[in-house]
Design a protein around this ligand. Sequence first.
Ligand code: HEM
Length: 346
Amino acid sequence: MSISMKAAGPDTEETVAQGAGARTVAPSARIKGFPFPFRDDAYRYSTNVEPALQAVQTEAGGWGERIIDIDADYLEELGQRELVLKKDPTRMQLMDHMRPAVWDAIATLLPLMASMYPDTMRFHRDGRHCRWRNELQGLELTFVIGEDASLPMGPLHFLGSQIQDDIVLMDQREGTLWLDAGLVTFAADWSMGFDVGMRFLEVHGPVPRVHEENIITRAHQFLLRLQPGEQYRRTNWTMTVDRRLDTSTETYPDWAKDRTLVVSDPALPDRLHLRVEVQHLIKLPTSGALLFLVRTYLASLREIAAVPAWRERLGKVLEELPSDMAEYKGIDRYRQAAASWLLGGE
Ligand code: HEM
């Protein structure tokens, strides 16, 4: 399957639909592949883990056929990642014992990408010697699996320069999973630098409800039993003001105040975005580490409103969401304003 980098410009179809109200626009290319996460008019946490690679049809199009999804925002987002990393190298963490896991992730993902995007990507492997070609970046290079010096920027940074996903690697030992490596530039209000070295259950410490409801302990048990090569996924969501991918704890002073300011801004429908993460969980075949990929998608309320079923559903979910969950997600200040806009009142 070839990708449509040129054809799928984000705004190519954003024309006002004939005869529709001023708020309705035709779905953009971005919206067609958007992983709208709600199956109901109310949202609660659950152990929502399912096998990867299942195609999901939505009212606007579909998603889910690929583990690595490359879209029209590829180069732009990778450019942002480089800027974030340059400013704050702590977004990349690598404990020494995780080096084999990083190579395992590279050896797993590059062939997958080449098979999904044969028009632009090629991977060839002969023993430990590999050749990688990525025409979207005008890149062609060779490297040796296991030899860090064979990739000038280092293997983890290299992997993060090829995929839009944030990358986390969990080590499995002493009956638990340890967050011992990762490259996370687009965290939804958490910090790679702070979480590195933590156990799975500690990482989820701040999340409300999931402990009483045993959601995290059940997910933990499930992940511990994964077999090499198994691939699962789940979605998660929150909201973000503007198309800001970097909402890491480190940049809190840059984005936190917008959550209040946006409420009285007439541009609210264009500034407020539904932020959906498609998270993949892959038990790596050689190292036994668990690869956790987080791909973040943003769609503004106005883009969402182009799909009537989504407009109504998101409006109802936001209106109904219990306050502890809204507070944890950091959306409590503006979610009623968002719901009112979506459900009718301008
Ligand atoms: C091994 C892979 C995983 C890692 C590394 C991970 C990491 C994280 C992190 C860092 C957060 C933010 C916590 C904070 O506020 O500081 C989070 C939130 C959360 N995680 Fe995970 N997670 C993983 C897998 C899962 C799984 C399998 C579930 C299944 C139930 C899950 C459920 C949640 C939930 C419900 C939240 C709260 C999200 C929100 O309301 O925005 N996680 N996770």
